[in-house]
Each structure stands twice: as structure tokens, then as C-alpha cells.
Design a protein around this ligand. Structure first.
Ligand code: MOS
Length: 779
């Protein structure tokens, strides 16, 4: 249930279907795949010639602006748009009660449904009306001229207040959705009894606000019954499905184009109210309509990583063997989402071998903006608790933190039914190779300097729930008689280089140079089906389909050449623009001279993603290492260097892989040190961090220049023809706990509340008791 809320593609990944046909030979050494090739659209991106959806300008286009509820909780009694409608340039105003606007929106359990414009506004930011005008300035002037009568309701913006018996209900059914069944295996009570040490700690994590560089929005335009939307999205087919359902249109009449997009991180997996509002305004006015939200609206409405409080109890033997884990997690997905704890317990249940585990989760409604999938939903929170607790366990047992982790490596999935083995796990190698490359032992042994600036190192493990991708995915590769090629796929390139590695696969199989491959993607009108780029599955889902399509083209071509050369196809290979005999290089034919190809004009190969094999689990793993400095006078933490070792299976492009890990680390630094949604809990329940000044995201200066990525590739050919497992989310899961554990080694402070702000560090220092004897800290 919760997973469905996190991801808006076709439900949980199928794990048990058998492949329909055998997969092709796995790759051995590759010539193009994996190489650090510069992305094919690098020039367009840096020169500004790339057209992002927010750059789309159409002749006669109108501009729209949204009026949002300024109260944390209110009923809309009356919306008077008369003055606004008479203002210069105003072409349409939509609100509740206007024909066609009564569209169901957040639909949850217990028959709950809110509407596109809902008279019951449940957080500051709920949409009340929208205006389209000739210019954006006229639209904003008109929004300000709309008069709304609100009945302000009592509100709750903290979990603590929301669970009180007399708390004002965010929804008719109250503030607590039915709690999911606890996860349970073995018997934790027995486990704790058998443990030599038991540790219990409570960890808290920040609510992080989605803040992609490009704001959320779209341009919508009708041609008769057909609608075209240019949207900043992670998945054009998901937007097509969402808008078609809202407007009751045939899928075939909704074309969604999303070529470039400026970041999503999970917040652009679904369509927004803006997608539907722009479409309604465009239909009403007969003009194209551009509706992009403001930064403030994005902060309020476009999703967040819920804050969690996680109480984790760990039981272990003297040698570090885990015998029991018990977690209690509470969180809020805001006013509409029940997913306030989604994904949090995954690493607790799955990462380390443990026979007795119990995890309870409860989510509460508050008057705040809804959560949305946020890079590895729940996992950084779960890792913050689990990896902090393991570090504390290591300290208590006098063990090296890496040794405790290596003691508990699992080779099977303990969470999935029947405990299937992983197709591969490089987790132990991530820890060992990472430690060697980082200089872990030397750094831990270093003597502290006599200074108020303390230095320490820390490690954390991590894994991601999604992995290995799955169907559906379709790709088409076209080969032209001059030896150039075209790749056609539906997947969005959300900044990770999807077009580039797709072309690399085609180049690998067909021997076509990269600059002779063009890529068409992310357009429901002209490209193939793809699920949204998310869940770290774009590479593992799409790459096998692309490879299959290229191989199908090659088969056809070699078959045609074999007939003409009167040689067996198995003796032939593609070399540049020629098909050549492997045994006698004088026997060859240029592509343009293959008569059957000439009669066809163009060769087309269609590739599909086959299911992963049954009875196996596919997950990516990683371990990260941080070195930090803590200034004990100011409370500031500086990350000096960072090393990330990742098992993501085969990687497609060394440069883009590294960059994606750097991005994950930077995001994790935000979680660890600065990012935090602040609400005005005491007064009005408004969002106080609704801009990039008050909401502190890390910049390039906050991430260390010294960053290293170690690739652990277990050559996993068991589940797909490319063996790629995904990295986008794994890269940010272990980051924050590695930093906290380094702070512990530097100072002896076990910080359990993120972000570790200077104020919190200073408070903890002030409360610090003398370090217990035997503590292995450097300082
Ligand atoms: Mo992601 S949170 O799967 O875009």
C-alpha cells in the first residue's frame, strides 16, 4: 500500500515471472559501454540551446497563475472573481463550481477524496483558483484581485498535536489512517533475551522539501480534440495517463512531450494539479496556456521527504552478530498522503542478517503539504537510524565499525517470501575496497591535534529496495544504409544521461560511432512506452530493451549479408560500415551494397524488457566513508572528503555514474547538515522555509572537492542482458550516517537528530559527559 503511494507506475515490481525467451549472451569486455563518454547533449545543455518545458513559448500563448490558500486549515466560503475577470488581459478564471472543475484528486482510504479545487483547504498552498491572462504579470494582478471568504479552522502542524484526543481533524475520519500491520519475523523478545548487548536509541530526521532547479509546470495546447502538453516530468506516459484520467480523454488524444527537464528527484513522477488546470484553461480559451508554479508554491505543494522519529533497539552477541532489531517509526505525509513512514524500515529489515525483527510504522495527517517520492523514499531515514545504531554498537563492543558490518552480511533477501538469494551482492566488497581506498585504518589511528577543531572518519552501509528494473519497456533501433542509427525510447532523461548511455549501447552492438547516432525520447506521440525515470531503474529497465533492439537489427543485417556473400551468418561481423567475414577479411560487403537492405531502405529492431528470473532478488548496495572536521567553538561541521563505493552491477558510463554519486552525496550532506522544513507551529501554521534563502540546500561549496567513487561490479549476468542494477537512489542512502559517525569519532558525540546544525552540535557539546573509558575516538 505504502509502496504504491511512493511510486506511480505499475505497482510493485514483478519478481516471479519467468523470462519469455532466453536473454542474449552477457557482455564480456566492452568497447563503448562503461566508458567515460561526454554526454551527447552536453553542448546543448551548457550553451542554453536545450529547450526545457519552461522555455517553451508558443505564438499567442497565455500565462497562468494559481491562487493558493494562505491558511493552514480553512473552508472556502465564497470566491468572488468578478473584479479579476474584468482586468486587462484576463482570459479565463477557474475555481470550484465552474463547469468541468469538479475533478477528484487525492483519493485515499475510507472513501476520502479531495477535488481539484476543494472548498476544504487542508494546508497553506491548497489551490483555490487559477487565472489565465495575456502576460504573467496580468495573471498575477488578477490573482490578487480575487476576493476569498475563508472560515479559518483550528489546525495541527505537528505530529505531537495531531495525535491528541481533542486535535482538530485534518480529515473527516480523524488524523490517523489505519496503521499497517507491523513487519515481523522470528521473535524479538526472545532475541533480546539472547543478546549480550542491547542498545536503544531514538533518531529523528528532517522534513526535506523538493527543490529541483526547474520549477513544476507545463504548457498545454489543444488541436481540436487532441491535447499536447510540454511538461517538466520524469515520465511522459505517467503524465499522459494522469491527465487523460482526470479529463476523461482517450490516451491516444493526449500527447506529452518532456525532452529536457531540470530535475525531479521523485517530485515529478506524477502529473500535478497544474497539468490539469493548464489543460482546462487552454480548452476554455482556445489558446496555448503556460502554467509554471513559483518557488514558494513548489516548496509548499510539490512534495517532501517526511520527517521521521525512529526508535531502534538493537540486540547483538559479543562478537557483533545481530540477534534482534526492533523499530518504531512515526511520520506524517502531510494532509493528503498516508505515506509518512513509507520505505523507512526497508534497510532495517533487509540490509543485515538478523533472525528476529519487528518494525512498526504509523503515519499521521497534519495541515502541511503532501509528501512525494523523494530520492530513495524512506531509505536515508532508515539508514540514519540503523547505521548510527550499528556504529554505537561497534563502539560499545570495542569493534571496528566495518568489522561489525562485515559480521552481518546477508546473501539472501530476508524480507521477500522464501528468502531468495540476491543475484549478486557486492556489499562486503564495497566495505572492504572502500576502506582500503579511503585509508580507513590509517585515518582512524591518527592522533588528535591539540585544537578546538576535531577530526574524525565514519562509515555507513546502505542498500536500495528497488533494483534490477523490470518490464515494461520497449525500444526501437533504426539502422540507415549509410551506417547511421537512431534510438527511439520513451524514457525521460532526468539529468542522469539516459540519451547518452542509450546511444552507447547502440554503438556497442552495431559499431556505429556515437556522433552518428540520434536519439528520440520522452514523447508519447512518437516514442515507445516507458515507465517514469525513477526508482533507480531507468538503466536496469531500459538498457536490456535497447540492447535487444540493437541485436535484432544486427541479426537482420548479418542475415542479409550472409545470403549475398553466401557465407554463414555466424562467420560475419559488423565492422564500421561493412559486414566482414571473421575468418577471411577479404570477404566483405559495405552496408550500402547489401541489396536486401537497399530494397528495405531502413532496418528496424524492436526490443522488449524481459522479466527478471523467478526466485532471485536484485538489489544495489553501497558503503560510504566521510572525513569531517568539527569546530567545537562554533558547532560547525565541515565535510573534508568523501568516498563512495557502490555495487550497482554493470555501469553504463563511468563519468555519468560518478557524477550521479556526487549528486547523491551532496543531497545527503543537505540531509545531514542543513535541510529542514520549518513551520510556524505556534502561530499560524505557515511554511517559513518557502524559498532557497531560508531553506538551506547544500551548494558546491558545501560538498568536499575531494570525492572518490569506487565501482564494485560483481559481473551480475543472472537477471538481464546488461546486468545493470541502478545507482540514483543508492548514492544518497548512506551519506548522512557516514557523516554522523565521523562526528562521533571526532568528538565522542553521538548525534541522533538530523540535520546536525551548529546549534545542535553546541548543545550536545555542552551536555557532553566525559568520554567513557575505552572509547576509541581520536579526540
Ligand atoms: Mo525517485 S524518488 O524514484 O524519482
Amino acid at each position: 500500500m505504502e509502496d504504491k503511494e511512493l511510486y506511480f507506475w505499475n505497482g510493485p515490481l514483478p519478481e516471479t515471472q519467468a523470462p519469455a525467451t532466453p536473454t542474449p549472451e552477457p557482455w564480456g569486455e566492452t568497447k563503448v559501454v562503461g566508458k567515460p563518454i561526454v554526454r551527447i547533449d552536453a553542448y546543448d545543455r551548457v550553451s542554453g540551446s536545450a529547450i526545457y518545458p519552461s522555455d517553451v513559448m508558443l505564438p499567442d500563448m497565455l500565462h497562468a497563475a494559481v491562487l493558493w490558500c494562505p491558511h493552514a486549515h480553512a473552508l472556502v466560503k465564497k470566491v468572488d472573481t468578478a473584479a479579476a475577470e474584468k482586468m486587462p488581459g484576463v482570459r479565463a478564471v477557474l475555481k470550484d463550481g465552474v463547469v468541468g472543475t469538479n475533478i477528484p484528486w487525492f483519493a485515499g482510504r475510507g472513501g476520502f477524496t479531495s477535488r481539484l479545487f476543494d472548498a476544504h483547504c487542508r494546508y497553506e498552498g491548497d489551490e483555490v483558483a487559477v487565472v489565465a491572462a495575456d502576460t504573467i504579470y496580468q495573471a498575477w494582478d488578477a490573482v490578487r484581485a480575487i476576493k476569498v471568504e475563508y472560515e479559518v479552522l483550528p489546525r495541527v502542524t505537528t505530529i505531537e498535536d495531531a495525535v491528541k484526543p481533542d486535535a482538530p481533524p485534518v480529515r473527516d475520519g480523524g488524523n490517523k489512517p489505519a496503521a499497517p500491520q507491523p513487519y515481523q519475523r522470528g521473535n524479538v523478545e526472545e532475541g533480546f533475551k539472547a543478546a549480550d548487548v542491547v542498545l536503544e536509541q531514538t533518531f529523528t530526521t528532517p522534513c526535506e522539501l523538493h527543490n529541483p532547479m526547474e520549477l513544476h509546470g507545463c504548457v498545454a495546447k489543444w488541436d481540436g480534440p487532441r491535447l499536447t502538453i510540454w511538461e517538466s516530468t520524469q515520465g511522459v506516459y505517467a503524465i499522459q495517463a494522469g491527465v487523460a484520467a482526470a479529463l476523461k480523454l482517450p490516451l491516444a488524444n493526449v500527447r506529452v512531450i518532456g525532452h529536457y527537464m531540470g530535475g525531479g528527484f521523485g517530485s515529478k513522477l506524477e502529473h500535478g494539479k497544474y497539468s490539469v488546470m493548464a489543460s482546462l484553461l487552454a480548452r476554455k480559451t482556445g489558446r496555448a496556456v503556460r502554467l509554471f508554479l513559483t518557488r514558494e508554491q513548489v516548496c509548499m505543494s510539490m512534495g517532501n521527504r517526511p520527517a521521521n522519529t525512529i526508535t531502534l533497539k538493537v540486540g547483538a552477541k559479543k562478537d557483533g552478530t545481530l540477534v534482534a532489531l526492533q523499530s518504531r517509526t512515526i511520520g506524517s505525509g502531510g494532509a493528503y498522503s498516508e505515506g509518512g513512514t513509507g520505505g523507512v524500515d526497508y534497510v532495517i529489515r533487509e540490509l543485515y542478517t538478523c533472525p528476529n525483527v519487528r518494525c512498526e510504522n504509523s503515519s499521521v495527517f497534519i495541515n502541511a503539504g503532501p509528501q512525494r517520492a523523494f530520492r530513495a523514499p524512506g531509505h536515508p531515514q532508515g539508514a540514519w537510524a540503523l547505521e548510527g545504531a550499528l556504529d554505537a554498537l561497534a563502539a560499545k563492543l570495542g569493534m571496528d565499525p566495518i568489522a561489525v558490518r562485515l559480521k552481518n552480511i546477508s546473501l539472501v533477501s530476508q524480507t521477500r517470501t522464501g528468502n531468495p538469494p540476491y543475484t549478486s551482492t557486492g556489499f562486503a566488497d564495497c566495505l572492504k575496497n572502500g576502506a582500503a581506498a579511503f585509508g580507513w585504518a590509517e585515518a582512524r589511528a591518527r592522533k588528535p591535534l591539540p585544537s578546538h577543531i576535531k577530526r574524525g572518519v565514519g562509515v555507513s552501509g546502505g542498500m536500495w529496495q528497488g533494483g534490477g528494473g523490470s518490464p515494461p519497456a520497449t525500444a526501437i533501433v533504426k539502422l540507415f544504409p549509410d551506417g547511421s542509427a537512431n534510438l527511439n525510447m520513451g524514457a525521460s532523461d532526468i539529468g542522469c544521461g539516459t540519451k547518452t548511455w542509450g546511444a552507447q549501447i547502440v554503438a556497442e552492438e552495431l559499431g556505429v560511432p556515437m556522433d552518428r547516432i540520434s536519439v528520440e525520447h520522452a514523447d508519447t506521440g512518437t516514442t515507445q512506452f516507458a515507465t517514469p525515470s525513477g526508482g533507480s531503474k531507468t538503466v536496469p529497465t531500459e538498457s536490456p530493451a535497447i540492447r535487444s533492439a540493437a541485436l535484432e537489427v544486427k541479426d537482420q543485417l548479418l542475415g542479409m549479408a550472409a545470403e549475398q556473400l553466401k557465407l554463414p551468418a555466424a562467420d560475419l561481423e559488423l565492422r564500421g560500415n561493412e559486414v566482414v567475414s571473421k575468418t577471411d577479411a577479404t570477404k566483405k560487403v559495405a552496408l550500402g551494397q547489401i541489396q536486401a537492405f537497399g530494397r528495405r531502405g531502413l532496418l528496424i529492431g524492436i526490443g522488449y524488457r524481459l522479466p527478471n528470473p523467478p526466485g532471485k532478488a536484485v538489489n544495489p548496495f553501497g558503503a560510504q566513508f566521510a572525513e569531517v572536521e568539527v569546530n567545537t567553538k562554533t558547532g560547525e561541521i565541515t565535510v573534508l572528503r568523501f568516498l563512495a563505493a557502490h555495487d550497482s552491477g554493470r555501469i553504463m558510463n563511468a563519468k555519468m555514474f560518478q557524477n550521479q554519486v556526487f549528486g547523491g552525496i551532496t543531497m545527503g550532506i543537505g540531509f545531514a547538515l542543513t535541510e529542514d522544513r520549518v513551520m510556524d507551529d505556534k502561530q499560524l501554521g505557515k511554511l517559513l522555509t518557502a524559498n532557497l534563502h531560508d531553506y538551506k540546500m547544500p551548494t558546491a561549496l558545501d560538498a568536499p572537492a575531494d570525492k572518490t567513487v569506487v565501482v564494485v561490479d560483481p559481473h551480475d549476468n543472472a537477471f538481464s542482458n546488461t546486468g545493470a542494477k541502478g545507482v540514483g537512489e543508492p548514492a544518497t542512502i548512506p551519506t548522512a550516517p557516514a557523516i554522523a559517525n565521523a562526528v562521533f569519532q571526532a568528538t565522542g558525540l553521538r548525534l541522533t537528530d538530523a540535520p546536525m546544525s551548529p546549534a545542535r552540535v553546541l548543545r550536545a557539546l555542552a551536555a557532553q559527559k566525559p568520554a567513557p573509558a575505552g572509547q576509541k575516538g581520536v579526540a
